[in-house]
Every structure is written in C-alpha cells, then in structure tokens.
Design a protein around this ligand. Structure first.
Ligand code: CP
Length: 310
C-alpha cells in the first residue's frame, strides 16, 4: 500500500483491510507504553489539511503521526492564503513543493481529496469529504467491532439515522460488507438515499425492525450542515422514532454493542446514558482511532520494511 492514496473504502481489498486492522493491533501496544513513541516515520512530514471542523479525526491523526515520530504540520483554512482567494488546488501545489510524505485531507465537498491527490506526489488520505467517504472512520469502526466481538464475518450490523448525508454510513457499508457482515440501514424515508439497497444492504424505515437481533447498532447524527431544508417534522418526533434508548435496545441481541462516530447529539439519536455506559463503545472507537490511523500512516506513507527507521 506504500505510496497509494486512501480516498475510499473501495480502494481496499478485504485482505488489505485485514492488514490495516492487524497492524493497528501492534500500534495499539505503542499507546500502552510509558514512552508512547516509535521511530518508524522519523524524518517524514505529514500535513493535516483540514478545511472543515474536526475534533476526533484531526487530533488522532496528529497524535498518530507524532507517536510514529513524524513531523506533523496542521494546516487549517483559517489564517491561510485561502482567505486571500488562493484556490485549493494552488494551495495543494504549494504544499507539494515542500515535499510532504503524506497529506491528510478533510473537506466539506465530496471529491476534493481526489482532486488534491491528482496534483500531489505524496499519498493523500481522505479524512472525510462531504457526504461521500470517511474511510479511516470505517477502519476504526471495523477494528472496534473485531476487538469487541472477535470477528466481523457473519455479524448483523444496523446503521440508523441520517444515512443519506453520512460519509460514515457510506464507508462503513462498504467496509462491513467486504468483511462479510450483513448490513441493515434505517431512517426516515427522507434520510435514506434513493436505491440504497443496490449497495447490498437491507433498508428499513422502523428502527425496531432494523435492530432486531443485531450484534452491532451504529447510530448517526443528523447532518444538518449537509441538508438544505429540514427533512423531518421536528427533533422531538425524530428522537421518539429514531432515537435509541434502553427500551428500544431490547430488540437487539443481549450482547449488542452500540457505536457512534461522534459528535453525539445526546437525547436526539442517543439517550444520554447510552452515550456513556455499556453497551456503548463510543470512547473505545475514539481510542482505537489513534492506533488505526498510525497503521494507515505506516502502511501508506511509511518506508518499505527493512529501510532505515523501521
Ligand atoms: N467521527 C468524526 O469524524 O469526528 P470529527 O468530526 O470530530 O473528526
């Protein structure tokens, strides 16, 4: 995978997903050491190019790069020459001239990481583009499920909420299907993409039906920033029908786990106590994000095995 871009879960074969997850197991061990640092990417430069707000992804990519001893540069559009009308592609070319070893891109418009990858010589890692893809979120979600359940193959995964505007849903659908899970999606009809079943999922409009017998329930935030007009009557009605609480969770398997990519809108898609307590694994997802992003940086931007620094 060295030197390749990671723009979509479609870029990865099942064996490559497994390689990322297996590598993340080793990276997780680094995070348990007193000195949480290895020299693997010493002398390498990683640029985090975030045009859209982020807490988890941006911070975990920064920690991941630093734990691998890379030099990490955080670029945000505020305070850059973008405010002087420089284009994104000219910004990318400018950064390319400084010879980074990997560029991590988040943008509110689908496809921007791919356009940037077209002009950069270094690998580009998509950290979320519009409603399109968020591949490292899917990888950390797969890692978390494998860690909690011991497998992914054969599990039933229900993804509930604003599927139509969610890059997390799209990347996870591809990832879980590639790894052999059954995937169901549920939400109001206005939050389900047209012909979503052509992706290979079962689509439902009742939460209870979607989570019946599920091993994993993944709740999604309403992506208001990607909506035009509201697509549901009221937040109260949405929460009543599509918000998960312990009562509704009884439809799922006894050992179900509850996931959420964050940020959580407590009391809307998830009852407050479910955000903090078992069977929620939300903070495990955040923790695993560092190890998985270390694995991604190592596999896509690292040196070949045996080279200096490994
Ligand atoms: N899950 C996720 O992408 O969170 P951030 O927007 O905080 O990075």
């Amino acid at each position: 995978m060295i030197g390749r871009d990671l723009l979509s879960m479609d870029d990865l074969e099942r064996a490559e997903i497994e390689r990322v997850l297996d590598t993340a197991v080793h990276m997780q061990e680094v995070g348990l050491r007193e000195v949480k640092k290895v020299p693997t990417l010493r002398g390498r430069t990683i640029v985090n190019l975030f045009f859209e707000p982020s807490t988890r992804t941006r911070t975990s990519f920064e920690i991941a790069g630093k734990r691998l001893s890379a030099d990490v540069i955080n670029f945000s559009s505020q305070g850059s020459s973008l405010s002087k009308a420089e284009s994104i592609l000219d910004t990318a070319k400018t950064l390319d001239a400084m010879a980074p070893d990997a560029v991590v891109v988040r943008h509110g418009v689908a496809g921007v990481p791919r356009r940037i990858a077209d002009v950069l010589r270094s690998p580009v890692i998509n950290a979320g583009d519009g409603a399109h893809e968020h591949p490292t979120q899917a990888l950390l979600d797969l890692f978390t499920v494998r860690q909690e359940k011991g497998r992914i193959d054969g599990l039933t995964v229900a993804i509930v909420g604003d599927i139509a505007h969610s890059r997390v849903a799209r990347s996870n659908i591809t990832g879980f299907l590639k790894m052999g899970a059954e995937v169901r999606v549920a939400g109001p009809p206005t939050m389900l993409p047209p012909a979503v079943e052509t992706l290979g999922v079962k689509a439902m409009t009742r939460l209870e039906e979607a989570i019946e017998g599920a091993d994993v329930v993944m709740m999604l935030r309403i992506q208001r920033e990607r909506m035009g007009a509201p697509v549901f009557p009221s937040v109260r009605e949405y929460a009543a029908r599509y918000g998960l609480d312990r009562e509704k969770l009884r439809y799922a398997k006894d050992d179900v786990i509850v996931m959420h990519p964050g940020p959580v809108n407590r009391g809307v898609e998830l009852a407050p106590e479910l955000a903090d307590q078992a069977p929620s694994v939300i903070l495990n997802q955040v923790r695993n994000g560092v190890a998985v992003r270390m694995a991604v940086l190592y596999l896509f931007a690292g040196r070949p095995r045996g080279a200096e620094g490994d």
